[in-house]
Design a protein around this ligand. Sequence first.
Ligand code: ADP
Ligand code: MG
Length: 241
Amino acid sequence: MTFFEARNVNLHFGSFHVLRDVSFEFGKGDVLVVCGPSGSGKSTLIRSINRLASPLTSGSMSIQGCDLMSLPRQDLYRRIGMVFQRFNLFQHLTVLENVALPQRRVLGRNRREAADRARALLDRVGLADKADTYPVRLSGGQQQRVAICRTLAMEPELLLFDEPTSALDPEMVGEVLQVMRGLASGGMTMIVVTHEMGFARELGTEILFMEQGQVVERASPVDFFASPREARTRAFLDQIL
Ligand code: ADP
Ligand code: MG
């Protein structure tokens, strides 16, 4: 059953045609991996899902049959969570407050409830002992794990990741991928923009390869890596593997 659907999505920045007739769909619990060269429109695509990019020029996107473009912003943010490349934690708040505050603001949870839930999430990603620390004292990998907790605290139906490990030092990539692995195996529905092809191969339900704003290839991880149909996909894989 279709959970998410993008149909003939086009998006322009001024006269620049960034997304060109992008269509795809996936089911609940799927992990859609999006890859492609820099500038191919990956960030724009996932940002357009929760309306952080310009409005679509044409086409539509829906989640469980519900049109995303007409969904009130508050509902959209609640139902679809986003994890950014650069964490974007609130620097003046402790780790616990970073995870608790949005729950109070967006979900109307009381202080106690929000803090309890934040602690449980931090525990799950191995950061229970950092609750009262400020982000500046954490490594990049730890900050990204906090950012994931903050997003999870909203109990989203869909999680979007935009290159969640590419701002990290290599030794910290593993700890963030480990958290994402746990989410995927726990049945979380996710769209992950990443160059981590190990992750894509292991956890991707489907891989979408983009170039110049177009979906060049959509395939299962097995087919994508073993026998890509398109010459452009092969050239990309030759470069990064
Ligand atoms: P990717 O994430 O695949 O590297 P992006 O979605 O960030 O690609 O960018 C796709 C194209 O759109 C690039 O050519 C980029 O320069 C351009 N672009 C991205 N954001 C904007 C913007 N806000 N205004 C104008 N052009 C943009
Ligand atoms: Mg990007």
